[in-house]
Design a protein around this ligand. Sequence first.
Ligand code: HEM
Length: 208
Amino acid sequence: MDLITKIRKNTSALHKATESSGFIKRLSDINASNESYAEYLFNLSAMYKAIEDTIENNSSNETVRNFVTKELFRYELIQKDLKFLVGDKLESMELLPSTLAFVDKIKEINKYEPELIVAYAYTRFLADLFGGRTFAKLLSEKYEISTDALNYYNCEGIDDIRTYVMNYASKINNMNLSKELEDKFIVEVNNAYIYNLAISSELEAKLY
Ligand code: HEM
């Protein structure tokens, strides 16, 4: 069985849990406020910064070098959205403890096992590729968020999402990890879901 198939089998229940609970569920059910969406986005931006900086720091690593996918990077785009949505208040916003824990985890990966950053990149970036257009439509139509604040979902630079995802999956399969590192990689994809789940649950508990 190839690595991507192992990952999909291993994470399908966690994926289901992530999409059907916490703040993500509120947002999908059109049961969240625009302020809470901004707070969610603020926490996401810190996650992307940690992932993207770690990829760039390790761009000469044999494994990581194939995943310097600038077309997927979201930090700068989300900053634009936040400037539009919250303006100067951005300076005084505080990250959730779950997000701080995530950032800390990524620092450890950067230091000790940079290959594993790909597990976090895969989880966030593919989530965006699969769900991005649906969320952009929902936010625009149901929450009436201006297109000026929907830069996050911009997929310029990717012609065909299906083909792109297939190529991304092949790159995962061709990472050539040792058995030990491959097992760790699968664990880290699970961890990526667990952090995403925690951030979504904590935000919901804090806001409602
Ligand atoms: C309402 C929320 C969500 C919905 C409706 C949703 C739905 C989907 C769907 C339909 C797919 C494609 C599955 C396929 O074609 O086999 C997918 C893939 C994926 N989603 Fe989600 N998702 C949601 C949230 C998330 C979240 C929060 C994460 C993680 C942070 C996530 C991570 C992923 C990943 C990594 C894949 C790619 C799996 C693969 O094919 O390798 N999703 N999602």
